[in-house]
Design a protein around this ligand. Structure first.
Ligand SMILES: [Zn+2]
Length: 299
């Protein structure tokens, strides 16, 4: 694969490149080749993660000659860095075109009645091994919630619940298991506008509070608003989703990205602008490091 992208030109954000598609026709026009995808991601990375040289802290860079490795080159010390480094796409063997298409498909409406599925990814994008598709699924889920960028403000409440998740085993005979979760809700009126769900390893209030604190902007307090009704309605919807799209995972430890996907879909269920949703996912994508199979298994 060879990419040549305006080599030798200084990095100036081309905002016209950054216009996101609003429908399938525009999507296909804009992202029909890997080169087009790379151009777009280069501009997007410039916008959300401006170049900063790790060697000399220089902020100016040029696009270097790009053969196999598509690089930025620092104008001070000439150190080169991959355009995709530090993004979810870094070192991925999945073509960028498939990546962007899979992300675009997440924005299809109604967003809450879908879930990403490794087997379907494997089939649709002709991926040889299920393992590769499964790691890809995990990485796509990682861009749905960015722990630093997606923090709440306003009226925020939290509480714990036990839910039953099929497929999670604590031993060989057990086919389902109770999972203890903390749900953090940003409340508007009498409804949860946004949620985050965290798997709890123990029942201590400290564990719950630590998770809740990490869901709000720094220093923001968590209200003592009565959490009852908004939380119950979230749990009812979550149980329906779990029944329809069971996680197909046997390990409790690997379930967190599954709940992050649900939270993302819940939080964006009323967003009808596919372009805006796509932009939101890609903004996280250029600011999220990928995980490998080994990273996932280890955790
Ligand atoms: Zn430098």
């Amino acid at each position: 694969m060879i990419y040549i992208l305006d080599a030798g030109k200084p990095l100036i954000i081309d905002f016209s490149m950054l216009q996101v598609p609003v429908n399938n026709i525009e999507f296909k026009q804009k992202f029909s080749t890997n080169e087009q995808c790379l151009q777009f991601l280069t501009e997007l990375r410039n916008k959300y993660r401006p170049f900063l040289c790790l060697n000399c802290e220089g902020k100016k860079a040029y696009k270097a000659y790009i053969v196999r490795n598509h690089n930025f080159e620092c104008s001070g010390c000439h150190r080169q860095e991959s355009i995709l480094s530090g993004t979810i796409f870094q070192k991925s063997r999945i073509p960028l075109k498939s990546w962007l298409e899979a992300i675009w498909r997440i924005t299809e409406q109604p967003i809450l009645r879908k879930a990403i599925n490794a087997y379907q990814l494997q089939k649709k994008y002709h991926i040889r091994s299920y393992k590769t598709a499964w790691v890809w699924q995990n990485n796509i889920r990682r861009i749905m919630i960015h722990p630093e960028l997606d923090r709440f403000s306003g009226t925020v409440v939290s509480d714990r619940r036990e839910i039953i998740v099929p497929g999670i085993r604590k031993n060989d005979t057990q086919k389902e298991s109770n999972v203890l979760i903390t749900v953090v809700l940003e409340i508007t009126g009498n409804k949860a506008k946004k949620i985050r769900i965290g798997i709890m390893n123990d029942r201590s209030r400290d564990t719950m509070h630590n998770f809740s604190r990490n869901c709000v902007i720094y220093g923001h307090s968590i209200s003592d608003y009565h959490v009852g009704k908004p939380l119950e309605s979230v749990i009812i919807d979550l149980n329906k989703w779990i029944k329809k799209f069971p996680p197909k995972s046997y390990s409790l430890r690997r379930l967190q990205p599954y709940f992050d996907e649900y939270a993302f879909r819940y939080n964006n269920q009323n967003e009808r602008d596919r372009g805006r949703l796509f932009d939101k996912l890609l903004k996280n994508a250029v600011q999220t490091e990928p995980v490998t199979y080994r990273d996932i298994i280890k955790n």
